[in-house]
Design a binder for this molecule. Structure first.
Ligand code: 2HA
Ligand code: ZN
Length: 274
């Protein structure tokens, strides 16, 4: 099969372009990765052009031998739809989960995303936690969430509760909550360790003054998660811009009633009295 005709490749490109259209990917901002199913790998194997092994910069033994489709370092989401073979690459991990090699894409040279350690450590945590269901990790520079990291305390409990209150769907869409990583240097192992630790508990992690990571089963659910959190943040920014306090909001008992009817579990640590 021609590489660009595979459904998983088309879905990946559409998601990248959707993120660009939302305004979350100025210049080379953001990155996306997808853990490819075995049958999807076989369907495109004839298109492979295998390159040299390179160090990942961290160790992900749980992902040994897995293949990923990822955005390229320094590549612009804006260009993914018009030149995917230049902007993206498919990589294979070695049997230790310490090295990768490009097997397709980046036809003009380059490397996988600068956030490869964070993507792969998040994939490893999520694959284990979901018996392999989760396949997508998405990093975006979501304007309103970033703005909130300047005015809200950088605590999981505060971000989760404030964003839950801004739209009734939120506790249903992200019932386990949102983690917050304080400002750290991006691109390396340290921020990857901090983020993947939060991903054991949450599907969303905020990077203070930088952006967000979201994890999910497929492109629709992961994009929808990012979109829902960012829309809720937009409502909070608008609300705080009108006046600093709420006249009314969703109450703790309302959340408990919602959890019962929608059959989700909302951790009590987010349902504190204010
Ligand atoms: O430039 O978003 O975090 C890509 C990034 C780095
Ligand atoms: Zn970033």
């Amino acid at each position: 099969m021609r590489f660009l005709e595979a459904e998983f490749v088309k879905g990946f490109i559409r998601m990248a372009n959707d993120g660009w259209e939302q305004g979350w990917h100025e210049r080379n901002g953001g990155n996306l990765s997808y853990r490819i199913k075995a049958e999807e790998v076989e369907a495109v194997r004839e298109a492979f052009e295998v390159k040299e092994w390179q160090p990942i910069g961290t160790s992900v033994p749980g992902l040994a031998g897995e293949y990923f489709l990822v955005t390229g370092s320094g590549k612009f989401f804006r260009n993914v739809i018009i030149k995917p073979e230049d902007s993206l690459c498919m990589i294979e991990l070695d049997e230790k989960g310490e090295n990768y090699r490009v097997v397709w894409g980046l036809v003009n040279g380059g490397k996988p995303t600068s956030e490869l350690p964070s993507h792969l450590m998040n994939h490893e945590v999520k694959m284990l936690a979901t018996e392999g269901r989760y396949r997508v990790i998405y990093h975006a520079h979501t304007t309103n969430v970033i703005a909130l990291t300047f005015v809200l305390p950088l605590r999981d409990e505060v971000f989760t509760r404030e964003l839950w209150e801004m739209a009734t769907e939120c506790p249903v869409v992200f019932p386990s909550g949102i983690g917050v990583v304080p400002w750290m240097v991006p691109g390396g192992r340290d921020i990857a360790v901090a983020t993947s630790k939060l991903m054991k508990e949450y599907d969303v992690a905020i990077w203070a003054h930088h952006g967000m990571f979201a994890a999910g089963e497929d492109f629709d659910l992961t994009f929808g998660l990012m979109h829902t959190v960012e829309k809720s943040a937009e409502i909070l920014v608008k609300m705080l811009s009108m006046q600093p306090s709420k006249l009314q909001t969703i109450q703790v008992d309302d959340f408990r009633n919602l959890a019962r009817d929608f059959k989700v579990t909302l951790p009590e640590k987010f349902l504190y009295e204010k």
